[in-house]
Ligand binder design. Sequence first.
Ligand SMILES: [Zn+2]
Length: 405
Amino acid sequence: MNYSATDPSCAQPMTDSHSCPICGSGAVYHFMDIQQAPVYCNVLWDTREAAIAAPRGDIALGYCPACGHVYNYAFDSSLMDYSQEYENSLHFSERFQQYANDLATRLIERYDLRGRNIIEIGCGKGDFLRQICRLGSNRGIGFDKSFVPDPVRDALDPNVRFVVDFFGAAYAHEPADLIVCRHVLEHIERPRAFIEDLLRVIGDRQPVVYFEVPNALWTLRDLGIWDIIYEHCSYFSPASLVHLFETAGFETLDVREEFGGQFLAIEARPASDGVSLSAQARLDFDRMMRDVTAFGDNYRAKVAHWRARLGDLASQRRRAVVWGAGSKGVTFLNVFRDQGAIEYVVDINPRKQGKYVAGSGQRVVEPAFLRSYEPDVVIVMNAIYIDEIRRMLAALGVAAAVESV
Ligand SMILES: [Zn+2]
């Protein structure tokens, strides 16, 4: 991948097809280019050759100062095809499971979700839906085109069923007290049409909707630079998320940062009377502009730091592995693929083990592999998991230094 940052000193007029997907503004600051990124970070490949030949696309990030949204205006949906190969479950991590459990409990308490009907759009393997249905004795329907039935597991949750389809008008008759949609909206090229369609499908029902996305403020502010991936067309700020829901006809109940600030969540319901933008739709505008302006330099500095660090490790013949074959790990490995300093990436998700990383071609191994490989350094892709990873390494007897990106 090649990287360049553009001086965002002036807003550039966009053609209609590139205008802001949230508010429609054509005056957008172009601030970052990433050429030839692998289009899927969460599809791993069966052979190294196939992984290295994985399809690629260009990222051109724009910032819309009218609504606080960041998006890839070079996104080409024809390159994408979400299938059953898609694997992005984080539920193998204790830290993530604890978060999901706390979230389910909080939603049950706040909205009195006991014996109710819950719909999840883009439910993946159904982990969260099963959990919130168990904890609140709720009935659930999960929708996901990539869902793979698992008869043994599915039999454990008789009140939960899964539909291998997109949620839409065909399911307008299904009762819903809560509609959940986590880590989907950022993948959708036209989020406005998606939310407007959702409101139409909801019709006369009055469910609470809960949407969760990566937090653009965290990406910009805390330099979550490895989170910029082709699969994400949109990077929502609290302002742009509220803007989208409120102008589509929802009333915001809450917008909050979750998971150490890495995620952004909105709780909303269909607005009963006229739609007006709340003050939350103008949060952090000045700060975002500063962060966008600084992002290119910060990005280059961080890449330079890690390029030097990997070069040092290689020249000292010290072995390093990456821990985490999710979006961050795949992006990190692709940025430095020309250095060839890293042979393996560790992941606790058994569905990823034995596969190969798109673009850069490393094999994904299980943690126990490190006993024989004896790495000197483990590079952790997400600092929020660092304690959990240290415990696993200690249990394995692996005495590597642990660094986080
Ligand atoms: Zn906008």
